[in-house]
Design a protein around this ligand. Structure first.
Ligand SMILES: NC(=O)c1ccc[n+]([C@@H]2O[C@H](COP(=O)([O-])OP(=O)(O)OC[C@H]3O[C@@H](n4cnc5c(N)ncnc54)[C@H](O)[C@@H]3O)[C@@H](O)[C@H]2O)c1
Length: 446
C-alpha cells in the first residue's frame, strides 16, 4: 500500500511513540486538516473580503463568490476565509492597508481557514514605488502563513497580471477549498489565458479529456490517477513492467484505460507513448521519480545517471516527442512533479535535487513555447508526503520532516494530486509556468 488514508495518517501521528518523540523534540501537535469530500461546497463557512483603495481584482472576486454561493461574513463573527485585494497598493506607505484589514480580521479565522491576498506581478506594477510595494506582499503573506498555520490555516499570494482578472476562477476555487489543505505560503502567478476558457462542469472539469500519469501504480501517482479520474478524465496509467499487478489494481479501481507497462528511460519510450496517443493527449503528468541518495563524494556515475535519466531526461524526451508531433491537444497541460529538495537542496541528494531543480528549469523554459501552442506547463514541488518513500526514512528525520512546517504535519498524496488537478483543469488557462510547493509551508528553503 503506497497510499495512506486520512484515518491511518491520524492514527500514525497520534501513535504513542511518535507523539512522544515529537513532544521530546518540542514540536507542536498538528490539527487535523479539512480535506475535500465529493459533493461538498467550495467553501463551507463565511468569507470576509476587503480591498485597498484602487484595487482592480475585487470585482472578479465578488462574481466568483456569487458563483460558488459563498456565505459572506458580517461585521463580526467567525470567517472561513479572508480575501484581500491588494492590487491598489502603489506605494509602501499604503501597505498599512494590510494591517487595517487583517488586524481585526485574523482572529476571526476558523480552523483550516484560508487567506488569499491578491496583487500585481511587481514588474508589471507600473512604477518603482508600485513594484516595491507589490513585492512587499510576499513577505507579509509568508509570515502570516506561519502565524496561522498552527490552526491548520493557509495563506497564499495570487499575482494577477493586469487584464487577466477573468482568469481567476479556477485558482480561487482551489485556494479557498479544502483541496488546497497542504498548500501554504505560496505565490501563484496568473497571466493572460493561453486559450479561451471553456464551459465546464466544476465537479467533473476533465470530462472527455485523456490524461497520462506516469508512476501511477502507487504513492502519489496512484492518488493523481484517482483524482483525475474523479474529475472525469480517462486516465492512461503508466508504470514499469514489474509494477504491472499494482498498476492493474489502480486502473480497475478508477475504471481507467488500458495501462502502459513501460520504463520511461527505454530508448523507444517517447515513440511508444506518442504512438499510444496518436489522436492526442490533453493532460500529461510526469510523476514517475526515484531517489538514489548518496553524498557526491560517494556517488558512482551510474547511480547519478540512472536517476537523472528517470527524473528529468526522459521527461524532456517524452515532451519533445509529443510536442513535435503536435499531439498535445489544444488547451493541453503538462504537469511535472519537482520537489522541495530541488528548491532548498538536501545533503545526500545532489543527484535528486539537480534533477528536481532541472524540472523547474524545464517548466520555465517550455512555458512560453507552450503558451504559443495554447497549452500550459506547471509543476508541483511536494515537501514531506506520507508515502512508502518517506515511511522508509529513519524516525528522527522523518518526524522533523513532518513537523518543521507551518502546518506541523506531513501531507497526503491526495494533497499533491488536488494541486495537479487544479493545474490540469481546462479553466486554468492563465496558470502557466508556476511552481507551487505542496509542503505545508515547510521551513526548508521557504
Ligand atoms: N513522497 C514524497 O514525500 C515526495 C516529495 C517530493 C517529491 N516527490 C516526488 O513525487 C513523485 C512520486 O513519488 P512517490 O513518493 O509516490 O514515490 P513512489 O516510489 O511510491 O512511486 C514512484 C513510482 O514511479 C515509478 N517509476 C520509477 N521509475 C520509473 C521508470 N523508469 N519508468 C516508469 N515508472 C517509474 C515507480 O515504479 C513507482 O510506482 C516522484 O517524482 C518523487 O520524486 C515525492
Amino acid at each position: 500500500m503506497g497510499v495512506m488514508s486520512g484515518d491511518r495518517y491520524s492514527q500514525l501521528v497520534n501513535a504513542p511513540v511518535v507523539s512522544t518523540v515529537a513532544k521530546q523534540l518540542g514540536l507542536p501537535q498538528p490539527v487535523e486538516l479539512d480535506r475535500y469530500r465529493a459533493g461538498a461546497p467550495v467553501i463551507s463557512g463565511p468569507v470576509l473580503s476587503g480591498a485597498a483603495p484602487g484595487g482592480r481584482i475585487s470585482k472578479a472576486v465578488a462574481s466568483l463568490l456569487d458563483e460558488i454561493r459563498a456565505e459572506r461574513a458580517g461585521a463580526e463573527g467567525p470567517a472561513k476565509a479572508l480575501v484581500f485585494d491588494a492590487s491598489g497598493i502603489a506605494d509602501s506607505t499604503e501597505l498599512v492597508e494590510l494591517q487595517r484589514f487583517f488586524y481585526p480580521a485574523v482572529r476571526r479565522l476558523q480552523r483550516s481557514g484560508r487567506v488569499v491576498v491578491l496583487g500585481t506581478p511587481p514588474a508589471e506594477a507600473g512604477s518603482a514605488r508600485a513594484h516595491t510595494a507589490q513585492r512587499a506582499l510576499e513577505g507579509f503573506v509568508r509570515s502570516l502563513g506561519k502565524e496561522i498555520g498552527g490552526r491548520g490555516c493557509t495563506a497564499q499570494l495570487v499575482l494577477v497580471s493586469p487584464g487577466a482578472e477573468d482568469q481567476l476562477a479556477s485558482t480561487l476555487r482551489f485556494l479557498l477549498s479544502p483541496r488546497s489543505a497542504y498548500v501554504s505560503g505560496q505565490v501563484v502567478r496568473i497571466g493572460a489565458g493561453v486559450a479561451p476558457i471553456p464551459e465546464i462542469e466544476w465537479e467533473r472539469p476533465l470530462a472527455g479529456k485523456t490524461a497520462l500519469v506516469t508512476g501511477a501504480s502507487r504513492g502519489i501517482g496512484a492518488a493523481i490517477a484517482r483524482t483525475l479520474a474523479r474529475d472525469g478524465a480517462e486516465v492512461v496509467a503508466l508504470d514499469v513492467p514489474e509494477a504491472a499487478d499494482e498498476l492493474r489494481r489502480v486502473v480497475e479501481e478508477i475504471g481507467g484505460a488500458d495501462p502502459i507497462g513501460l520504463d520511461i528511460t527505454a530508448a523507444d519510450a517517447p515513440e511508444r507513448i506518442a504512438a499510444r496517443f496518436a489522436d492526442g493527449v490533453d493532460v500529461v503528468v510526469h510523476n514517475a521519480g526515484v531517489t538514489k541518495d548518496r553524498t557526491i563524494a560517494k556517488m558512482p556515475e551510474e547511480r547519478w545517471t540512472q536517476l537523472l535519466e528517470i527524473n528529468l531526461s526522459s521527461e524532456e524526451r517524452i515532451n519533445d516527442a509529443l510536442i513535435d508531433a503536435g499531439l498535445l491537444a489544444a488547451n493541453g497541460r503538462i504537469v511535472c512533479v519537482s520537489s522541495m529538495s530541488g528548491i532548498a537542496g538536501n545533503s545526500g541528494q545532489t543527484n535528486y535535487a539537480a534533477s528536481k531543480a532541472g524540472v523547474i528549469g524545464m517548466v520555465e523554459a517550455l512555458a512560453p513555447e507552450l503558451a504559443g501552442r495554447s497549452a500550459t506547463i506547471n509543476a508541483v514541488a511536494p515537501g514531506f508526503i506520507e508515502t512508502k518513500m518517506t515511511a522508509a526514512m529513519p524516525l528522527g528525520p522523518r518526524e522533523a520532516g513532518r513537523r518543521l512546517s507551518s502546518l506541523s504535519q506531513g501531507g497526503l498524496p491526495v494533497d499533491v494530486a488536488e494541486t495537479i488537478a487544479w493545474f490540469a483543469s481546462p479553466a486554468s488557462t492563465g496558470v502557466n509556468g508556476n511552481v507551487v510547493r505542496v509542503c505545508g509551508q515547510n521551513l526548508l528553503g521557504a
